[in-house]
Design a protein around this ligand. Structure first.
Ligand code: NAG
Ligand code: NAG
Ligand code: NAG
Length: 271
């Protein structure tokens, strides 16, 4: 047998065997990624080229000088949130907060629909990859609207980015969302967004550059319909934030997000 053909056969056998291999209890995804047949349908790729700087061990003075008031940055090794991360596994969150009622909202810029549901029902019935055939439809999504007294036992283990801005106070928004979900373009005050599990792709524009988008359509629909036709000069600044990384966005920067995997994340808004 030619070596090329043998390699192909081995590869085919390995692929057949792969699904049967035991999966580690925590394969690094906290048990959030369900690799079923539906998962591939919603798979969205990372950008071709990340245009947001990544900085490890950034000092506060560098942060203030180069980013705080001028451009986004992805911060690495800022804090150790391994304990918080462990508490955010699917199993742990369901055990601690399964019965808590969470407020879900539709990921639209203007038309907000709110639904209250026990966290367990959300995770088991609504947290699936976005159906690509209903791109215009609103995905119910758990982000923000957190009941801080109920979730305090979790949030007390979170170490927020240690960079404050004069005259602002910090507020957390915690979320768990399905692959393909995201928030369409909007803007507000400055803040940080940390990915705990999964990957989150970001699209950003400076305040003076209002993006072209339909407020009632999902980010996934925008990515498929509008993004491919953008001239190079009209493209957003983009990057996919990986688990353990923190994105900083300055005041009034436009941004839209897209969860590439089932994601757990926490934002620290400064206002
Ligand atoms: C978005 O949806 C809301 C509520 O359904 C509607 O009132 C509004 O006109 C829509 N906006 C656009 C630009 O279509
Ligand atoms: C949107 O989703 C809801 C609930 O899943 C469903 O009842 C409705 O028919 C859908 N609408 C469209 C336009 O697909
Ligand atoms: C938060 O949870 C507590 C305890 O379950 C409950 O009494 C309170 O009404 C909730 N607050 C809001 C704003 O939902």
């Amino acid at each position: 047998m030619a070596s090329g053909a043998r390699l192909q056969l081995l590869l085919a056998l390995w692929m057949l065997a792969a699904p049967a291999r035991p999966v580690a209890a925590d394969a690094g995804d906290g048990g959030w990624q369900r690799r079923g047949p539906g998962a591939a349908a919603a798979a969205v790729a990372e950008e071709e080229r990340c245009a947001v700087e990544r900085r490890a061990d950034l000092s506060y003075s560098e942060f203030v000088q180069h980013y705080a008031f001028s451009r986004p940055v992805i911060l690495q090794r800022l804090t150790d949130n391994s304990r918080f991360r462990a508490l955010c596994s699917r199993e742990k969150l369901l055990a601690s907060f399964g019965d808590s009622v969470v407020r879900l909202s539709t990921a639209n810029t203007y038309s907000y629909r709110k639904v209250d549901l026990p966290f367990q029902e959300y995770v088991e019935h609504l947290l699936h990859p976005q159906d690509p055939t209903s791109l215009g439809n609103d995905t119910l999504y758990f982000f923000g609207d957190n009941n801080f007294s109920e979730w305090a036992s979790l949030f007390q283990h979170y170490s927020p980015p240690p960079f404050s801005l004069l005259g602002t106070t910090a507020a957390y928004s915690f979320g768990v969302a399905g692959a393909g979900s995201g928030v369409p373009f909007h803007w507000h005050g400055p803040g940080f967004s940390e990915v705990v599990y999964g990957r989150k792709r970001w699209f950003l524009y400076p305040p003076e550059k209002t993006p072209e988008f339909h407020p009632n359509k999902t980010t996934l629909a925008w990515l498929q319909d509008v993004y491919p036709a953008l001239a190079p000069s009209e493209r957003p600044l983009e990057c996919t934030v990986q688990a353990g990384e923190v994105l900083y966005f300055p005041d009034r920067w436009w941004h839209a997000t897209l969860n590439l995997d089932t994601s757990v994340f926490i934002s620290t808004f400064l206002s």
